[in-house]
Design a binder for this molecule. Structure first.
Ligand code: F6R
Length: 241
């Protein structure tokens, strides 16, 4: 694992955006694996800025998001499709036909998981996967569990994740209790992985991911075994390393 420590959130966003930009410049038809949540917002702002300056071209890029809430449709402001449209898709020249997320409105979990896994496989896998980190060490919505789920699956979110995500909703009752997520195997097949971690409250989780035992109770710890992982963390998140 390569670890880059940034002075603050702005620098973290710039450094992570540099790595994504390099990927797109070197391979114009890259398949980018994308994440939502608060951490990547600054990165997407940077990418939009670079696109507007004429430094980046997304016209041949495909994107696959890690996850989507079960039951939410794309017009729901809390859906991850809505988030991606807001922060990235509507602001750069990505082709709408090449921006993929799990379909939260497909309530048949078995069919939707297979559809999304097959879609990623058909794209030839992911060139660069962007990941955030949950307080409990989750990546995507692979929650602490007794084993690693390999493929795209429907997951029951933990109480800790539901509480952490409450900040985006009017009340805790509105937070969906399930989500579709890429599995650990899906993520692991990405050629490169970029993990971004911000803030003191993630320091413990990042320490476990980078230096702890590899175990399914800390899903991100599996990244220690991947051949090409870069972690970009701000000083506070990296403070226990
Ligand atoms: C989001 C995702 C999650 C988040 C993680 C951190 O698509 O898959 O794993 O990356 O929960 O979220 P933030 O950045 O909001 O702290």
């Amino acid at each position: 694992m390569k670890i880059i420590v940034a002075e603050n959130y702005k620098e973290l966003s710039q450094k992570a955006a540099n790595l994504i930009s390099a990927q797109v410049i070197l391979k114009s038809d890259s398949v980018l694996g994308l994440a939502t949540g608060s951490t990547p917002i600054g990165i997407y702002d940077q990418l939009v800025d670079r696109y507007q300056k004429g430094d980046l071209d997304f016209s041949q890029v495909s994107t696959v998001n890690l996850d989507e809430y079960y039951g939410l449709c794309s017009t729901d402001e809390q859906s991850y499709r809505y988030y991606m449209e807001k922060y990235l898709f509507s602001k750069v020249n990505l082709s709408k036909e090449r921006c993929f997320l799990p379909d939260g409105t497909n309530l048949d979990g078995k069919i939707e998981c297979k559809r999304y896994q097959d879609l990623i496989d058909a794209l030839g896998g992911i060139d660069l996967q962007l990941l955030g980190l949950g307080h409990n060490g989750h990546i995507g919505f692979n929650e602490p569990a007794d084993f690693f789920e390999k493929e795209v699956h429907l997951v029951n979110l933990t109480e800790q994740t539901i509480q952490a995500n409450q900040r985006f909703f009017a009340s805790i009752e509105e937070v969906p209790k399930q989500a579709y997520t890429m599995g650990i195997g899906t993520i692991f097949q990405a050629k490169k992985i970029l993990l971004v971690v911000n803030g003191k409250e993630k320091a413990e989780a990042l320490k476990k991911v980078v230096q702890g035992a590899i175990c399914s109770q800390v899903p991100g710890s599996i990244l220690q075994l991947h051949a090409d992982v870069t972690v970009v963390a701000d000083k506070e998140a990296a403070s226990l390393l």
